[in-house]
Write a protein that binds this ligand. Structure first.
Ligand code: P6P
Length: 342
């Protein structure tokens, strides 16, 4: 009988990794570590619900509409509740904001508050749930900048470069949590047999030029000429560069995660129907752009670095070019405002 001799690799749980990262900063209070622990717990709970969705009658839309005017899938609502209840009592946050809630979410008076603000999309891509396509949770953490106990809107309207942590959980063929606190990007895969996230992708780096192009080109008729020329460039149709393979799941976290690991660019341009783009700045573009830059990639709105955009509204949208740095730089070059000669 073949006995495979497995040299035991060191099993690093996310809890151990967070503690070891915290120890690099003697001045750290441990509050940010606590936030990451609690997000990992919420992720396990959401993962359980997502995995059960096909079996329990929680598939299908509720009669409620969310602030985006989208019919809320029951799992959207459940995931939002799980995030809020997992995060509201730890004493590390002064308020939260969610894609599913119109306004910022205060910390109940019965709980202590802390110095951080958490923004999240509890279950992005939820329209894919019924067809078993991977969905995800996206989160972003910034420091409170206003005085007083309670978080205020101003605390959330900070440019993405002020993030102290950001990440996502992808509920795919396995459940993975990928995050950064500014010291690189690290991925953890959930081992459901022990209920632990184990370090599986340390120090993720994204290739400079990507293999994949992720775009929904059914909007082509609504793009301006510069965007159309950019897509021809990505597709190798103008003979300048090699064609990218088009891969578009229609679930941001799934498209982003594949491109982060394999190299590629996710683009959701502004179009005449959505002049500010579709994706949300604070809890989609900013956290993923933070991850991207930490992994050697880039994120732009087509003009400037996503992380330098000054937010003015909680749920504001942005055009998004996100992924391998070489591909994002191509977008910036080709979308540069055309000099109109007098
Ligand atoms: P479209 C899902 O609804 C989502 O918010 C993202 O997850 C995804 O990338 C995008 O919208 C897909 O949008 O217009 O291509 O269906």
């Amino acid at each position: 009988m073949n006995v495979v001799n497995h040299t035991p690799v060191s099993v690093v749980t996310i809890e151990r990794f967070i503690i070891e990262q915290e120890r690099l900063y003697p001045e750290a209070s441990g509050e940010l570590s606590g936030i990451l622990y609690d997000i990992a717990l919420a992720a396990k709970m959401i993962s359980n619900k997502v995995r059960m969705a096909g079996l329990v009658d929680i598939i299908g839309a509720t009669e409620n509409e969310n602030v985006q005017g989208e019919t809320q899938q029951k799992l959207d609502v459940l995931s939002n509740d799980i995030m809020i209840k997992a995060m509201d009592h730890g004493g590390r946050l002064c308020a939260m904001a969610s894609e599913e809630e119109p306004d910022i979410i205060p910390i109940p008076d019965r709980f202590r508050t802390g110095k951080y603000c958490l923004m999240f999309d509890p279950l992005d891509g939820s329209s894919n749930i019924d067809v078993n396509v991977p969905v995800g949770t996206i989160f972003s953490v910034v420091r409170k900048i206003t005085n007083g106990r309670a978080g205020e809107l101003e605390d959330f309207l900070q440019p993405g470069r002020r993030q102290v942590a950001a990440g996502y959980i992808i509920y795919g063929s396995s459940t993975m949590m990928v995050y950064s606190t500014g010291q690189g990007v690290h991925g953890f895969t959930l081992d459901p047999s022990i209920g632990e996230f184990l370090l599986s992708h340390p120090n993720i780096r994204t290739p400079h030029k990507g293999k994949f192009l992720s775009v929904n080109d059914s909007y082509e008729q609504y793009w301006d000429e510069q965007v159309k020329a950019l897509m021809r460039r990505y597709r190798g149709l103008d003979g300048v560069q090699q064609a990218h393979n088009v891969r578009y799941v229609g679930s941001l976290v799934a498209d982003f995660h594949r491109n982060l690991l394999a190299g590629g660019v996710f683009v959701y341009p502004a179009n005449s129907m959505s002049p500010r783009g579709k994706l949300r700045l604070l809890y989609e573009a900013n956290p993923l752009a933070f991850i991207c830059e930490q992994a050697g990639g880039a994120g732009s709105d087509g003009r400037i670095r996503i992380l330098d955009v000054q937010p003015t509204e909680l749920h504001q949208r942005t055009p998004l070019y996100l992924g391998s740095k070489g591909d994002v730089m191509t977008a910036i070059e080709m979308l540069m405002p055309v000099e109109v000669t007098a």
